[in-house]
Ligand binder design. Sequence first.
Ligand SMILES: Cc1cc2nc3c(=O)[nH]c(=O)nc-3n(C[C@H](O)[C@H](O)[C@H](O)COP(=O)(O)O)c2cc1C
Length: 357
Amino acid sequence: MSRDTLLRILDLARWAPSGDNTQPWRFEIVTDHHVAVHGYDTREWCVYDFEGWASQLAHGILLETLRIAATNFGLETVWQLRSDSEDCHPVYDVHFSEFNGLPADPLFPFIEKRVVQRRPMRAIPLSESQRQGLVSAIEPGYKLQFFETFAERLKLAKLLWDNAHIRLTCPEAFEVHRQIIEWGSRYSKDRIPEQAVGIDPLTGKLMKWVMKKWSRANFFNRYLLGTILPRIQLDAIPALMCSAHVIVRTRLPLISVVDRVHAGVAIQRLWLTVTSLGLYLQPEMTPLIFRWYARSGRRISSLSRVNQEVGQLAGRLESLIPDDQGELVFLCRIGHSSEPKSRSIRKGLSELMNDGS
Ligand SMILES: Cc1cc2nc3c(=O)[nH]c(=O)nc-3n(C[C@H](O)[C@H](O)[C@H](O)COP(=O)(O)O)c2cc1C
């Protein structure tokens, strides 16, 4: 395999999604057949990256994208977590080998097309073949649970409504929101552009002003019903305007970094399959993340009111799912829509290289 082919594979893999478009990875070309992916996480500054779990899911998404991209060049991919790497800086050794007659993965054409859709979608029911396509997209170690009827979507809408109250009134989350939105943009290389957030331009202007200072946001939330407008636009309406909400659960407990990386593989297969079916998807990860906090007994905030709400929300989420030993790894909504006009783009390949090549 030539260096040029390797660079093309890495260039495609850049399109892997990550929470808040953080792209928590750097590539090191060790040989033309061996890339070391230096993962990291954002738990230091991002309250949503609970113990690095969201980043580890993203690492799995990236590794699966690399694997799928490589099949287009007749290459088989094997990766493993370097045994001496730390949980917060996992290094994945990825080896490519020529495999005569290896067909391109059917999901290959969708690597660059896949995109998050945060705006309301059309609530056309999923067909049986679409549902089956999604179920068979991922390995038997995972289960999908669909919430499709109006009553089920309403239940999710209520959960997401209360979930958003936590997000918007938690000072630790406020700092994250401030950092990850690129205001006034349609595209963003390393964040989420304002136009992809899903708010109308007027609410956007207001949010930008309110989000300048926590004291301002806090006052607005407390006395001027400041969470209502964004919650209607970003949570309630989109939660109803979709074909289904889907939870991905593991059958067994998630214990190690590798378990979470494998869950990321499943998430990317599901998301690319959604794209291949002509549908769109938005992850709705914060209820799950809040549950991860609640289950581990870790406090998310310095405010006890926020921690209490997180505990209650986790309980409500649990009441929606069967009581088994698995872990929730993904919650999303899926629907019919036109292509979003705004999206996150990516850092250039040279910025993602940590060996100067
Ligand atoms: C692990 C993970 C968690 C995410 N959580 C959310 C979420 O809770 N809400 C949301 O709107 N988008 C979420 N996203 C979507 C990312 O923000 C999005 O994929 C990223 O900004 C890149 O944009 P793109 O998917 O359009 O390429 C998540 C993505 C990943 C991989």
